[in-house]
Design a protein around this ligand. Structure first.
Ligand SMILES: NC(=O)c1ccc[n+]([C@@H]2O[C@H](COP(=O)([O-])OP(=O)(O)OC[C@H]3O[C@@H](n4cnc5c(N)ncnc54)[C@H](OP(=O)(O)O)[C@@H]3O)[C@@H](O)[C@H]2O)c1
Length: 301
């Protein structure tokens, strides 16, 4: 599987496939959607801002008029909106080949989602947990389908405090909260993979991280933005681990992809390992149960 320098040239034809990419109005999500649309997939750009969605579709069509791309609105920080998206999607489509849970926020000032969850945990983890559960029936009906969650090397700062998930009792540490949301993406992926295996469900659940990539994500920190200018990759390169997790035929459920360079900061995508804590089965199970309770979305396999 470790062929050198995996690029978009390795993406097989995606004709006939329907793909949802959350947060595809910019950065890694946009480049992920673009690469898949250029390989003939029908791509749904799932975004919270109508203008940005329209603009992203237009940008894709400007480069290639034949791409099949459209946008649908979803606010991952609002469970009603997530539910509405899933309902609209299922009314329109009866297959979903690939769900890429990419949208994210990093180190915003303390704030809460519509449903009163801390913003990073609520958006990055709970919103995608709910979306995946609500779309699972259509994903399950589709042959050869996959779910890809976009995590981060910052998962290493994560260690979920189940007694204070929304930072109501502790003073807010924004990096720790980001790390918690990103290790949650991995617990979710690995537990999903175990549940699929136990129930004989033939869906791949994989994860990826883009190393350090220059995008709008750094908007809340001028210092990070400044240093990223020296080390960060362009979004097109940063999208490669996600793309490999999404389409590489040798990828297996539970795989995690990241760049092959120093400290996984830059490079071409290969299979990597996340930290030891992220493979803890008890924590993953606990997070799963809490996430079902908090979102009101119960998974049916
Ligand atoms: N860039 C890096 O170095 C890096 C490193 C590690 C991991 N990551 C991960 O990569 C993913 C993509 O990030 P990026 O770097 O491409 O940043 P980005 O350009 O800021 O893209 C993030 C996307 O998520 C969307 N989003 C944020 N909150 C949302 C919500 N409530 N509902 C719907 N969409 C929402 C944003 O929409 P708006 O445009 O409307 O804000 C934007 O389209 C994230 O999961 C991030 O954690 C990035």
């Amino acid at each position: 599987m470790e062929n050198q320098n995996w690029t978009t040239g390795n993406i097989p034809d995606q004709k006939g496939r329907i793909i949802v990419v959350t947060g595809a109005s910019s950065g890694i999500g946009f480049e992920t959607a673009k690469a898949l649309a250029e390989k003939n997939a029908r791509v749904i750009i799932a975004v919270r801002n109508e203008g940005k969605g329209r603009n992203a579709v237009q940008k894709l069509k400007n480069e290639n008029d034949n791409v099949q791309a459209e946008f649908m609105l979803i606010d991952l920080a609002d469970l009603e909106s997530v539910k509405g998206f899933a309902e609209k999607f299922k009314a329109k489509f009866d297959q979903l080949d690939l769900l890429i849970n990419n949208a994210g926020v990093m180190i915003p000032p303390y704030s809460r989602t519509k449903d009163e969850f801390e913003l990073q945990f609520g958006t990055n983890h709970l919103g995608h947990f709910a979306l995946t559960g609500l779309l699972l029936d259509v994903i399950q009906k589709t042959n050869n389908s996959r779910i890809v969650n976009v995590s981060s090397s910052a998962h290493r700062y994560g260690n979920i405090n189940f007694d204070d998930l929304n930072w109501g009792k502790r003073s807010y540490r924004k990096w720790r909260a980001y790390g918690d949301s990103k290790i949650a993406n991995l617990y979710f992926t690995y537990e999903l993979q175990r549940k699929f295996e136990q129930s004989g469900v033939d869906i791949i659940a994989a994860a990826a991280h883009p190393g350090i990539t220059m995008t709008d994500l750094q908007r809340h920190s001028k210092i990070i933005e400044f240093f990223s200018g020296f080390v960060a990759m362009k979004s097109k390169q940063g999208a490669l681990p996600t793309l490999r997790a999404a389409v590489d035929e040798s990828a297996r459920s539970g795989d995690y992809f990241g760049p092959d360079g120093f400290q996984q900061m830059r490079g071409f995508p290969i299979k990597v390992r996340s930290n030891k804590l992220s493979y803890n089965i008890e924590i993953a199970k606990k997070l799963w149960d809490v996430s079902e309770k908090l979102t009101g979305v119960t998974y049916k396999f």
